[in-house]
Design a protein around this ligand. Structure first.
Ligand code: UGA
Length: 438
């Protein structure tokens, strides 16, 4: 088992550190953010991620996982250094590598013997090479290290499960020694016969963007099909099932909705297009998915406008779900944001509820009316819009919702409510691509 330091305790870094310690490695998770490290030392997890607290607590108790702000010392003590700092979207759609570069510099300055330097952050294709150059320079020409690209494929909301039971592990490195070290890091998975793709750095970096962009394309495709179904009378869910049963297509990521959000797909699709453009390659398919996604929320507001006969003025709309997907507290690039803006711009009143995302949404919309329960949000509302597929909303008592509301309009932007139930309870409603069930 290996001595590992993970730099960056965002959701990728923290899940990676906790997961690798669960595999038996000795892991120090580090960050420059003292508050975050103090929180973690106090056994308080800064993000909402199901199962993460249990995973962290278990491994801290076993003495395999610790936290520190002393990044230099932990680098010196480690055989493997994992870079998991953030790479936000820059002004032109490219990934901003400032944090990655400064970490690489610091690793070079603390190199004291052979180490594997592994990137988990989603970095532009070619970054591994740059990291290598920076470390060579700042370490005074040392070649006592190898650079590895080991992209992460975990999803917020199911990150722990995705980490412990991955579909595949991608290890990109030209060095056989580094490939061997990484296989030891993932030993339990290796023994379990999890497929391992061993390749070079640039191919591994490409696999990460290729995977995220492919899934984004798939979502935009089903969203456009749903928009078509809205006009033809076909049911998009049965279309998706009929397509997905073909093993070449697969039913996954064929759920239509208000458009993809979060910290990954919007950023990574833009970065891929930007990177390709720099090499004079056009990524027309990915560009189309971005453009389609940028207007998908408008299909939802159009439905709301139609049901409100084009006048939201003075109307109260309960927005159920603020996060970009269920089981997270993350509201970055959440489709709920343009929806709320639309209601406010049309002089409507918003009552917002989310099981986990309210604190984060308050930073974007400090002045809307936040509620503690979905019942409180729908109470007195003229309409309801379901923006996130939380189980709580799937299981809502629609009879009670109807009694509490002032009006009877519902837009289900995630297709999680039963249209027959909605009809039975007297709602006037719309969803995404299921016109034949109204
Ligand atoms: C995504 C990828 O799925 C992960 O494999 C990857 O590791 C991660 O990005 C990353 O690069 O870090 P994540 O953004 O957490 O994970 O969430 P997803 O479950 O992929 O959902 C992304 C967006 O697509 C959400 O807004 C979701 O609501 C939407 N979506 C997803 C749909 O609209 N329909 C679907 O069928 C699936």
């Amino acid at each position: 088992m290996k001595r590992i330091s993970v730099i960056g305790t965002g959701y990728v870094g923290l899940v990676t550190g906790a997961g690798l310690s669960d595999f038996g490695n000795n892991v120090i998770c580090t960050d420059i953010d003292e508050d975050k490290i103090n929180q973690l030392l106090a056994s308080d997890i800064p993000i909402y991620e199901p199962g993460l607290k249990e995973l962290v607590d278990r491994n801290v108790s076993a003495g395999r996982l610790s936290f520190s702000t002393d990044i230099s010392a932990s680098v010196k003590n480690s055989e493997v250094v994992i870079i998991a700092v953030w790479t936000p979207m820059g002004d032109n759609g490219e990934a901003d590598l400032t944090a990655v570069k400064s970490v690489a510099k610091m690793i070079g300055e603390n190199l004291n013997g052979y180490k594997v330097i592994c990137t988990k952050s989603t970095v532009p294709i070619g970054t591994g090479k740059k990291i290598k150059q920076i470390i060579e320079k700042t370490s005074g020409g040392s070649n006592e290290f190898d650079v590895v690209s080991n992209p992460e494929f975990l999803r917020e909301g199911s990150a722990v499960k995705d980490f412990l039971l991955p579909n595949r592990i991608v290890i990109g490195s030209e060095s056989e020694k580094a490939q061997k070290v990484m296989k030891q890091v993932y030993r339990p998975l290796f023994i379990n016969e999890t497929p391992i793709v061993s390749t070079n750095v640039v191919t591994a970096e490409t696999i990460k963007y290729a995977s995220n962009a492919f899934l984004a394309v798939k979502i935009s495709y089903i969203n456009e099909l749903a928009n078509l179904c809205d006009t033809t009378g076909a049911d998009v869910h049965i279309v998706a099932r009929g397509m997905g049963l073909d093993g070449r297509i697969s039913p996954k990521f064929l759920h239509p909705g208000p458009g993809f959000g979060g910290s990954c797909f919007p950023k990574d699709t833009h970065a891929l297009v930007q990177m390709a453009a720099e090499k004079e390659v056009e990524m027309q398919v990915v560009s189309a998915a971005i453009s389609s996604n940028s207007i998908q929320w408008q299909k939802i507001t159009k439905k709301l406008d139609i049901l409100f006969a084009d006048s939201l003025e003075g109307r109260t709309v309960a927005v159920l779900g603020l996060t970009f997907k269920a089981n997270t507290d993350d509201v970055r690039q959440s489709p709920a944001t343009p929806i709320i803006n639309h209601i406010l711009e049309n002089n409507g009143h918003v009552k917002a509820y989310d099981p986990e995302g309210i604190d984060n949404m308050k930073m974007l919309f400090p002045d809307i009316d936040y509620c503690d329960t979905h019942e409180e949000a729908v109470n007195g509302a003229d309409g309801v819009i379901v923006m996130t597929e939380w189980h709580e909303f799937r299981g809502m008592d629609l009879k009670k919702v109807a009694e509490l509301m002032n009006g009877n309009i519902i837009v289900d932007a995630r297709n999680i409510l039963d249209p027959k139930e909605l009809k039975r309870n007297g709602f006037i409603f719309d969803n995404v691509g299921r016109p034949n069930v109204k």
